[in-house]
Design a protein. Structure first.
Length: 374
């Protein structure tokens, strides 16, 4: 009897998906990743092959053939013909179904995907900037040129650079969140994000679909509000990538309405600070800080670090607003907490002590208090 633990989809996958699976296994053989992740990836690879054998999709003697496929593909990803892509499709599909059960291996794959997407976005940014730079050079070659046009183009370049940094930040945040969320709609949208289909991912997360499922889940209480909120936050981050900032604000606010946790409030505050909505960001940081302080009273080991993290961001915000006494107060409290935490766990918290000291030095420098900065 054939197993149905992993449902098989025989439709061809994209070359991107095959690239991920092939390159991952190749990396394990080269030993360039963490030892535990390496072992986990080998386990996932073997389970994928064995599932194909159990389901009579391949025979045991064909296992070597798959290894040859990996060697060929990693040597030249573009050398595969359509027949080969179809043939190895089932292996890749099963591989990706098993992978989330292995945390370190899953993290490695996720990082690879983010790196690939980051490269695409960087290439797009560089192409846009190159085009604008060429226009500036063309204008400068004219005997008489309009300086305001050049200034406008330089402003556009600065805007593209700023939006690029925001996009990369959002991808990192999406990657971190995706390891915690197993909800199907979220995963469906995420798969599209990793092949740079942002518009299609937003369509998956369209308002009607989200509202319908949110209503159904609330009525039946079959899922945690955490996952409902994470879908909204994913949608917000995709809007940020598309530079649709007001739409992103709306999604963050809906996420907080669904699941008012300090971490969601903190993420929204951080986003508002990035966009220079400083008063609103201050309000949200204070709200998150109040909740974290209450949680830390009951469980300091878990939540004191979050109190310090929020204090540090609040201090940065006060500094941005030239509110130096408030910034100093928050930095010093954060530093005190991090130093206490370092006594028990120096490996984790010493970098935070160093970061806060650096921020304090910058603050004193901004106030022209150079001895204190030193």
């Amino acid at each position: 009897m054939k197993t149905d633990i992993y449902k098989l989809n025989m439709e061809p996958l994209s070359s991107f998906a095959i690239n991920i699976a092939a390159s991952i296994v190749f990396e394990t053989f080269k030993g360039v990743i963490d030892g535990d992740a390496q072992k986990q990836l080998k386990t996932v690879f073997n389970k994928s092959i064995n599932t194909l054998i159990i389901n009579s999709i391949i025979r045991d003697k064909e296992k070597k053939e798959f290894e040859k496929f990996l060697e060929k593909y990693t040597a030249n990803p573009f050398s595969l013909n359509e027949e080969e892509r179809i043939k190895y499709n089932s292996f890749v599909k099963i591989f990706e179904q098993i992978l989330p059960s292995y945390e370190k291996a899953n993290r490695f794959v996720l990082n690879r995907r983010i790196e690939d997407l980051t490269s695409i976005i960087k290439s797009e940014k560089e192409s846009e900037i190159k085009s604008l730079t060429e226009r500036i050079d063309d204008l400068k070659e004219l005997r008489v040129y309009d300086k305001s046009k050049i200034e406008s183009l330089n402003t556009e370049i600065a805007k593209i650079e700023k939006e690029y940094q925001l996009k990369i930040q959002q991808l990192e945040e999406i990657g971190n969140a995706s390891l915690k969320v197993g909800e199907e709609l979220y995963k469906e949208a995420l798969d599209l994000v990793f092949v740079n289909k942002i518009d299609e991912a937003l369509e998956i997360l369209n308002e009607k679909r989200l509202e319908d499922t949110e209503k159904h889940i609330r009525e039946n209480r079959k899922k945690e509000d955490f996952e409902l909120a994470q879908r909204r936050i994913l949608k917000a981050r995709l809007y940020i990538i598309k530079a649709q900032f007001e739409e992103a604000k709306i999604q963050f606010e809906k996420a907080i309405t669904i699941n008012k946790t300090p971490s969601n409030i903190f993420e929204y505050a951080k986003y508002l600070q990035e966009l220079k909505y400083l008063d609103k960001a201050l309000e949200k940081y204070e709200e998150a800080l109040m909740i974290y302080r209450e949680l830390a009273k009951e469980n300091p080991r878990t939540y004191l670090s979050y109190v310090a993290m929020t204090l540090n961001n609040l201090a940065n915000l006060h500094s941005d607003k030239n509110e130096f006494p408030q910034a100093l107060e928050k930095y010093e409290e954060a530093l005190q907490i991090y130093r206490e935490l370092t006594k028990e766990n120096p490996r984790t918290y010493l970098p935070d002590v160093a970061m806060t000291l650096n921020n304090l030095a910058n603050l004193h420098s901004d106030k022209n208090e150079f001895p204190q900065a030193l």
